[in-house]
Design a protein around this ligand. Structure first.
Ligand code: F6P
Length: 255
């Protein structure tokens, strides 16, 4: 294994914590865009960060994406069972099965010796259908459970990258571009100031619920995500961030 070194790591973490107003920051050496091993280091550091917040009985809500999938993969297996329930933070957001929040919730629960629940809400429903669906007792019960989570662990993406990955239609992509969208998290798209410029139609965790959650952990790395992480930190309160040197340096360059 190659040991990557990062001189002045504590200072870098401290500077980021100040600039982003996030109390706990972990920066791993390198850039995950350049090197898959760095992504695994992020996953490992994020798994440790999450473990530090878990005090059973508790509920953890997770989002999807490759970073969160790596976190689940890198989480060490707990041998005994513990009262930890893992839930997807939102309904369908247009990801491949292996990157779905449902999939990640089940894998993480398995590692943690806990339980999980799935939330099957199809993506790309009309606003009216989502509104009707959210009134269904089973959906409502699940959405409330999610909103009462003790811990939320989530990924942050670059707005355009996510719009293309989700195959949003041309009109929506044009709206995102003209409104200066730079970040995406939880199905919300934000501009550089952290203002919401577009919201995907789905059910589950809402942005305003995050203020009530004890621990909101963000996990995102790579130079190209620097602007997105910064925008997200302005959009809602993040309590802990796990990132890499690539993103950290990009954030501080614009600070
Ligand atoms: O689609 C789920 C999600 O968590 C998004 O909210 C986020 O932008 C994205 O995945 C991050 O994906 P990745 O870790 O693959 O960059």
């Amino acid at each position: 294994k190659v040991i990557r070194k990062l001189d002045g790591r504590r200072e870098l973490e401290q500077q980021l914590a100040t600039v982003l107003a996030i109390s706990r920051v972990t920066v791993v050496p390198g850039d995950c865009e350049q090197d898959d091993a760095v992504m695994r280091d992020i996953g490992h550091a994020a798994a440790q960060m999450l473990q530090g917040y878990i005090v059973p009985p508790c509920t953890v809500a997770v989002t999807g994406g490759s970073t969160m999938a790596t976190l689940a993969e890198m989480m060490p297996r707990v041998i005994s069972t513990q009262q930890v329930e893992v839930l997807p933070a939102r309904g369908g957001l247009g990801e491949r099965v292996e990157l779905l929040a449902n999939t990640i919730a089940s894998q993480l629960a398995d590692k943690l010796g806990g339980t999980y629940r799935m939330f099957h809400v199809p993506e790309s429903l009309s606003k009216a259908t989502v509104e009707r669906l959210s009134k269904e007792p089973v959906i409502q019960e699940m959405a409330e459970r999610i909103r009462r989570a003790d811990i939320v662990v989530h990924g942050i993406g670059d707005a355009l990258t996510m719009a293309l990955r989700r195959q949003l239609d041309d009109d929506t992509v044009a709206i995102l571009q003209s409104s200066g969208a730079v970040a995406e998290a939880f199905g919300y798209y934000f501009d550089a100031q952290g203002a919401i410029v577009y919201t995907m139609n789905t059910v589950g965790m809402r942005l305003e619920d995050l203020a009530e959650i004890d621990a909101v952990i963000a996990v995102a790395g790579g130079r190209a995500k620097g602007a997105a992480i910064r925008a997200a930190s302005r959009a809602y309160q993040i309590d802990a961030l796990v990132t890499d040197e690539g993103a950290a340096r990009a954030i501080l360059e614009f600070a």
